[in-house]
Design a protein around this ligand. Sequence first.
Ligand SMILES: *Cc1c(COP(=O)(O)O)cnc(C)c1O
Length: 342
Amino acid sequence: MPVVKADAYRHGALEVSRVLEHEGARWLAVSNVDEGVALRESGISARILVMADFLPAERAALLEHNLTPVLHSLDDIAALNALAERNATPVLYHLKIDSGMGRLGTRAEPGAIAQAILAHPWARLEGVMTHFASSANYESGQTGEQQARFDLVCNALQSAGIAPRYLHLSSTIPVAYARRLAWGSMVRPGHAIYGYVSPPRGDAPSRILDVAPALAWKTVVLTVKDIPEGALIGYGGMFRTTRPTRIAVLAAGYADGIPHRLSNRGRVIAGGRFAPIIGAVSMDVTTIDITQSPDLDPGDPVTLLGEAGGLSIDAQQIARLAGTISYSVLCGISARVKRVYI
Ligand SMILES: *Cc1c(COP(=O)(O)O)cnc(C)c1O
């Protein structure tokens, strides 16, 4: 069940979903009802799991578009049951167990969960799921504890005669590092679909998933000019040249998703070389030092993320420099950046 929430981590939910469906994905996961409705209205016919369905006001749209909700509390089960009974149509749902992440999902006792499921037959349990908080951290016992709690709940359901079709616990990391006990009968990779697996901490087993970033992000040179030694560059005069410097002004800034924290710190690939970002990243433009690539002209392409001329920059490297995570770098590429699918 590939995860295409947040506009497929900004890769474009519809285009990505079409490809995944074509490749045989029978399930897709989104975060909210609007995301699911948009896919349905564009002709996606795979099953769609809405992982953060909450507001009862949205349930009608959910049923109308054949979206499958994840429920997060026993009260949710009762409410969905009442809605299904009113419509005289059973509704399938997946139940999320908070096995220790302390975010979404029910923390009710296993016996109470089983009772609630059995007491509400118009709402039909199709899947039981949980989500790990620290699966990349092999120095932490949290994942093992979460798995044990999840298994406890599943065993209690089984004892009560409840046999959900799907058990799913794993996002990218438990898939990539072969935590097979957590694979259940379905997995929910997001990051890996886009070509990323975060590095683990501690003594992790070797990675079994080999992926490469799907996305490259390019901009163009707007203008090139020569600046004397000792001159200030951009907002706040954050950078002062220490030699005569040729700069290029790029047609992308923080409004496009270049982290402001890359000011004076990041780099891009321009003219076949790495070129440092100098001065503040502005809303619409960014300045780089191209003294080493003096032949660049307005209109020339510059790679912000991706490969060019044997060099590469990926979202993990950008994230490290910007003090954030690769997910946030990808999700930060704004709608203004034109998507081109190859
Ligand atoms: C976002 C999300 C995923 C996907 O996580 P990745 O680390 O991107 O693979 C899986 N499950 C849930 C519940 C999520 O919210």
